[in-house]
Design a protein around this ligand. Structure first.
Ligand code: NAD
Length: 307
């Protein structure tokens, strides 16, 4: 059945592809972002996600049932603007949680991140429930958001669902200031200049997934029957074990002259504080999380499509 869905942060790396996928599924997709978009064929609003009344107007005008809140300030940018990051990441979430509490929308998706984990979290096979002491502004806002989601679910019965996304690799829309952005830049440089200077150390591994797998997981979670959802903070999701060195080696199989050198910056400490692999048993058993794109295929796809 056709649903009216609102995607806030629709022009970002994930939002653009999520909107397309929701549209293909037959939903009526309303896009909203602080950035204007140029394709007039798409139903789009310029919206500040911290303005609750403006969100509410769109929800009422279009009989919105489901909201995907993708607007946020990401990890690297948030370290430079802590106050703004906290305000955007928290206020926008509380506004949509309140709309769900007031029964103005039926369901809500809000992404968390592996950035909630800190340096004292077990690095390998990180459990769903473990030591969670985020060391970044972004991680703090995501962990606080998770707790708000669980609170609104248990106290007000709000159907809010969430994933701890790993780093997401894609070619359609440029990434928005995250620590794992290097894993996209590297492909652009490989095809362009034939060399790349990495701001992350060669052997620092972080879990990452290809965009199509992130979108499939998001939609699978949102379509799962309510009784199968057992995690109301946010589900752990594992990814492929990616490091600059592994990317360099795989890219070289396609472009043998490609070279990477290193000039690490403040983002190295952020990446080093995150897990290398994640235990995502619950996501797999509750609603069937699967990674379809393996590392070799991901590299091949990126080299084929990135401009
Ligand atoms: N991309 C990743 O690797 C990754 C990993 C983990 C979690 N996430 C989370 O997924 C979500 C989407 O991430 P993304 O990579 O698409 O981010 P992005 O930065 O590419 O996109 C965010 C979008 O939000 C918009 N926006 C910013 N401030 C706004 C405001 N005040 N009002 C309305 N719109 C505003 C931006 O213009 C942008 O289009 C975020 O919550 C992010 O924390 C992303």
């Amino acid at each position: 059945m056709q649903k009216s869905v609102l995607v806030i942060g629709s022009e970002g790396q994930i939002g653009t592809e999520l909107c397309d996928a929701l549209g293909v599924q037959g939903n009526r997709v309303i896009r909203a972002d602080i950035r204007l978009q140029t394709d007039e064929a798409k139903l789009h609003y310029q919206l500040d996600a911290t303005d609750k009344e403006a969100i509410e107007r769109i929800v009422e005008e279009h009989d919105i049932e489901v909201v995907y809140l993708m607007a946020a300030m990401l990890s690297a940018t948030a370290e430079k603007h802590p106050q703004k990051a906290w305000e955007l990441n928290m206020q926008s979430l509380l506004h949509v949680l309140d709309l769900a509490k007031e029964k103005k929308i039926k369901k809500l998706f809000w992404p968390s991140s592996i950035a909630i984990f800190g340096p004292d979290t077990p690095k390998k096979n990180t459990p769903q429930e473990t030591v969670i002491h985020p060391s970044t502004v972004y991680g703090i806002s995501k962990r606080a958001g998770e707790m708000w989601c669980a609170y609104y679910h248990s106290v007000f019965g709000v159907d809010v669902r969430s994933l701890r996304y790993p780093g997401i690799i894609s070619y359609k829309t440029a990434p928005g200031g995250g620590t794992t952005d290097y894993a996209i830049e590297i492909f652009k440089s490989a095809k362009g200049q034939g060399r790349y200077t990495s701001f992350i150390e060669a052997q620092t591994i972080t879990p990452m997934i290809y965009m199509s797998d992130a979108i499939t997981a998001t939609i699978a979670l949102m379509e799962a029957p309510v009784e199968s959802i057992t995690v109301r903070t946010s589900y752990n999701l594992d990814g492929l074990a990616v490091s600059p060195q592994k990317l360099e080696e795989e890219i070289k199989r396609h472009l043998p002259d490609f070279k990477v050198d290193y000039a690490t910056d403040y983002r190295q400490a952020i990446a080093a504080s995150w897990p290398e692999s994640i235990n995502d048993e619950l996501a797999r058993s509750d609603w069937g999380y699967t990674i379809y794109t393996d590392f070799q295929r991901l590299v091949q796809e990126m080299l084929t499509h990135i401009e």
